[in-house]
Write a protein that binds this ligand. Structure first.
Ligand code: GYE
Length: 326
């Protein structure tokens, strides 16, 4: 797949394009609002993490009345069936466009076809789906596989030939970031002496990370675990609580690498409790809103827009933490 990466400048350009191409909702949508207001149904995953809160805020800000939108917001509490029902409701309401942050990759064919048949364009943000890309107009998000590679490269560099026992806190089972972050990481540590002794889902939540880590500690002991790879900061933060409660020192007794770089995660990195973080930028609202306007205006858009991520050591985190936007 051709990857188009967007720098901050390109991001602003895409958003500006969208604003210039402001369209009216004369495409048959019978949603509420006057002719110039674009009614958008947004099916969010839920509110599982700090990343998600920042993403929701970014989306609500971009899809504001000021910017010409009426936003119908739904958060599915991490339930794939409820999210599909929400999308179906948007179709029945006759919204002008639908934006989805798909909880899991599979299971989207039917409802995406229904949206297409109803003439309602779908824009995906954040996570991807396994359906054919004919069924949606465009996607904007992050390269989860590369995030996993970055995290794995750090681990390979840190541990290399030293026999290392690793546990993994996986994201939501079946979600694109859980799948891709696992693959990318495993690829990067191939040939090292890092051994995955256990890997379970913590559902991207702090509580989930804490509970699963408690189980790992009960089974292997603090001394039996050298490295934790958590698919997001929140699960890593939950695991830190579990390690401290068991008398261990996170970041020292057990090294920790996570993904997201939200404020709390970055603070734990600065404090030495996390050892490395790969960023995942949640500020996708303006891009998604620009894409909705472009698609409704009949502009040509790419099928996928990748936003580039950074990565942080403890020293680098200390330098940037005060200027971070989320
Ligand atoms: O990393 C995690 C969130 O889909 C990229 O979902 C997103 C992930 C993010 O719950 O914190």
């Amino acid at each position: 797949m051709r990857k188009r990466f967007l720098s901050t400048i390109a991001l602003a350009g895409v958003a500006a394009l969208g604003l210039a191409a402001c369209s009216s909702s004369d495409d048959g949508g019978n949603g509420s609002g006057d002719g110039d207001t674009i009614t958008v149904g947004f099916a969010q995953t839920g509110s599982e993490s700090g990343w998600r809160s920042a993403n929701t805020e970014s989306m609500k800000t971009a899809f504001s009345a000021e910017n010409g939108f009426e936003l119908v917001f739904n958060a599915a509490d991490n339930d794939p069936a409820a999210q599909i029902t929400a999308v179906r409701n948007f179709i029945n309401q006759g919204v002008d466009a639908i934006v989805i942050a798909p909880i899991v990759e599979d299971g989207w064919d039917d409802v995406l076809q229904e949206a297409k048949d109803a003439g309602i364009p779908v824009i995906l943000e954040d996570r991807t789906v396994s359906s054919s890309d004919d069924l949606y107009a465009s996607w904007v998000g992050l390269d989860f596989r590369t995030e996993g590679v970055y995290a794995g490269e750090w681990a390979a560099e840190e541990f290399g030939d030293t026999p290392t026992k690793m546990v993994v806190l996986e994201g939501t089972t079946g979600s694109a970031p859980a799948n891709d972050r696992a693959d990318g990481f495993n690829e990067a540590i191939e040939g090292t002496a890092i051994e995955t002794i256990d890997s379970q889902t913590g559902d991207f939540t702090r509580d989930g990370g804490k509970t699963v880590m408690e189980g790992f500690i009960a089974k292997y002991g603090i001394d039996g675990i050298d490295l934790l790879y958590a698919h997001n900061d929140d699960m890593g933060l939950g695991a830190i609580e579990a390690i401290e409660a068991a008398g261990g020192v996170p970041g020292v007794d057990i090294k920790i690498v996570t993904i997201d770089a939200v404020k709390d995660g970055m603070q734990a990195l600065v404090d030495g409790k996390i050892n490395y973080i790969v960023e995942c930028n949640p500020l996708l609202g303006e891009l998604a809103a620009g894409l909705v306007k472009d698609v409704l205006a009949g502009e040509d858009v790419d099928k996928s827009y990748y936003v580039e991520d950074q990565k942080f050591t403890q020293e680098e985190a200390a330098e940037v933490i005060d200027s971070r936007l989320y």
